[in-house]
Ligand binder design. Structure first.
Ligand SMILES: [Zn+2]
Length: 254
């Protein structure tokens, strides 16, 4: 199985929840007080009969008006129209912005030939929530124009793809495991967004249920070691794809 990291860049985000591009070579973090600095990277997975996108990034475009996501997919050797499935861990803006994009002032589907797979509770939350993390206009457009598959709880999506409703980061967050018989690839979304979170145990304020998220990270870390999962880290600033090893009572990122 081939996995490609689609780097969308670094951003700072403050209380306004707007994501402002941050270039470490020329921007000074001190100019952005009370900000969180994050990296954003969706993943592309090539299976025999599917081309899968895991989350869609912010959906920002370069100076030529081209979606970073599309450019990155082309760099990996594919066409955006080749994507057959878009698997969404959850629908916060930093994961769902790229589901659609602006083209000459009009909204368009970023992946017109794909099925967008979402957890039903998360889909409903995206319409009913008053949180600014959900940009409802995206989902209004998706509802009218995209092929949608709503899944519930945990289960098997195809022979190769299973999903698990985890909650924790938000009430209906889900994770995916892709197993083609040779490799096992785990996408933990924002329950396991960075490899460092396996090493340092903590309860995060940005999680809906921080304790549960912490326990899930421990559980997924153990499974990753035991079953030789390749883990994909959506917000990592260092390694975006890694195997996990046990080193005494600690984890080691390989
Ligand atoms: Zn996120």
């Amino acid at each position: 199985m081939q996995v490609y990291t689609l780097h969308e860049g670094s951003y700072s985000v403050d209380i306004s929840k707007k994501f402002v591009p941050f270039d470490p070579t020329k921007d000074n973090p001190k100019d952005r007080p009370a900000s969180l600095f994050i990296h954003v990277q969706p993943f592309l997975v090539k299976l025999k009969n599917e081309l899968i996108l895991l989350d869609t990034g912010l959906g920002y475009s370069n100076a030529d008006g081209k979606l970073y996501l599309h450019e990155n997919i082309k760099k990996a050797g594919f066409n955006p129209d080749d994507v057959t499935m878009v698997l969404m861990s959850h629908l916060h803006f930093d994961h769902s912005g790229g589901m659609v994009h602006d083209y000459n002032g009009k909204m368009e589907l970023s992946f017109p030939d794909a099925t967008y797979v979402m957890q039903r509770g998360e889909w409903e939350t995206a319409f009913s929530s008053t949180s600014s993390s959900y940009h409802t206009e995206i989902f209004d457009f998706i509802q009218r124009n995209a092929q949608i598959k709503l899944i519930e709880g945990s289960g098997q999506l195809t022979n190769e793809i299973s999903y698990e409703l985890t909650g924790a980061h938000c009430p209906f967050h889900q994770v995916f495991l892709i197993d083609d018989g040779e490799d096992k690839v785990f996408f933990g979304g924002d329950v396991l967004p960075e490899p460092e979170e396996l090493i340092r145990k903590f309860i995060a304020k940005y999680d809906f249920d921080g304790r549960k998220a912490m326990e899930l990270r421990e559980e997924f870390g153990q499974k990753a070691v035991a079953e030789n999962w390749k883990c994909l880290f959506y917000h990592s600033k260092s390694k975006s794809q890694a195997f996990i090893e046990q080193d005494g009572d600690r984890y080691k990122i390989v």
